[in-house]
Design a protein. Structure first.
Length: 364
């Protein structure tokens, strides 16, 4: 896993153009630039450190990439509008395959700033700040965080519709989407109960709201998790994959309406949901030096689940079963691994696992 991550991250770093943008496909026989995909690369580098970054090798790799990160983020500054938002670039501003959006671009996005792009820029700046903190470049980290907060203030001033309680897709269109909501949450523009309320307004139907397709649902799931609304709305977001199964697909379709391309990694979100949410395994320190195990047992109408999660320190195994109003949870950590483990049971108990293998029970 770590080798594949390193190779992919390095390939995309090598694709950087003179203006800082990264190519959307690389290596490739054609050059394709989708601005938001540059942000995905920065987030990918942060994820690499979180999931694979154990030891000096990972930190050295991140340190070697900070120049690429800086050029990538700095490149967007040339497209900053007078409002302090990321404006229109010469490239394809694809966001998602949404019915009614021409070539995946929200209406208005060809002539004015896309709210989601400014939110994603802020999220990428904050991810870059975390990377700089990890490699002791604290001055640059402070600069990135300050730039992110200014962007978020500008979005709030020009893109929030106080009458509707949602962020507009552009400053001047009265159209809304799950995409702006989820990136408002992931960028830290809204947090806590305010984030939950924003998510509720996104789903309550009081105005039409464009829905994420496969390409953005991974991030939608993360926003649902952060806002405390995962159990309420994640099953609805999973319905597209149920359709994929009904079509007897054995690989991942590009989008629900046109399964012409069945090799799209962006559609593989359920594989992560099963390990991180259903099994509940999540690193709370880079490289799994500490881990939280908090299985969600009441979301997807499952009676049992079991699986393994690879980490740099070895395999974590989790199995749980519901029976007669009680949950049985079995956890096996890697032998002799220096890994702190916090277990959170559905009844609210928070326990520290100090043994390699342990069984827990609780009432449901």
């Amino acid at each position: 896993m770590a080798y594949t991550e390193k190779l992919t991250i390095t390939d995309f770093a090598h694709s950087q153009m003179a203006d800082g943008m990264l190519q959307a496909n690389y290596p490739s026989v054609m050059t394709q630039i989708i601005p938001d995909f540059t942000f995905f690369w920065v987030l990918m580098l942060r994820d690499y450190l979180r999931y694979c970054g154990y030891g000096a090798d990972a930190l050295a790799r991140v340190r070697s990439m900070t120049g690429t990160v800086d050029r990538a983020l700095e490149g967007f500054e040339r497209y900053m509008t007078e409002q302090g938002l990321i404006g229109v670039t010469p490239y394809w501003h694809f966001v998602d395959w949404v019915p009614g959006w021409h070539v995946g671009v929200p209406n208005g996005g060809f002539t004015e700033p896309l709210t989601v792009t400014s939110f994603m820029y802020a999220a990428a700046l904050k991810a870059a700040a975390e990377l700089c903190e990890a490699v002791e470049r604290k001055g640059l980290a402070s600069e990135y965080n300050a730039r992110a907060e200014q962007i978020l203030a500008n979005v709030q001033a020009y893109c929030y519709d106080s009458e509707v309680g949602l962020y507009r897709n552009t400053p001047n269109t009265k159209e809304y989407s799950q995409h702006t909501t989820l990136w408002a949450i992931l960028s830290g523009a809204v947090t806590g109960e305010e984030a939950g309320a924003l998510m509720d307004r996104t789903f309550d139907g009081h105005v039409p709201v464009a829905v994420c397709s496969f390409s953005m649902n991974y991030y939608m799931f993360r926003a649902l998790e952060l806002s405390g609304r995962y159990n309420q709305y994640a099953p609805k977001q999973m319905q597209g994959w149920e359709t994929m199964l009904d079509l007897h697909c054995t690989t991942w379709c590009e989008n629900p309406d046109s399964p012409r391309s069945e090799c799209h990694g962006w559609s593989s979100a359920p594989t992560y949901e099963f390990s991180a949410m259903v099994l509940g395994v999540y690193p709370t320190a880079d490289g799994y030096k500490s881990v939280r195990i908090k299985p969600i047992v009441d979301c997807y109408e499952l009676d049992w689940a079991k699986g393994t999660v690879p980490t740099p320190m070895g395999i974590i195994s989790v199995a749980w079963e519901k029976r007669d109003g009680e949950l049985t949870l079995d956890i096996t950590l890697p032998e002799d691994a220096d890994m702190a483990c916090e277990v959170i049971l559905p009844d609210g108990q928070v326990l520290a696992q100090t043994e390699a293998t342990k069984q827990y029970t609780c009432k449901l």
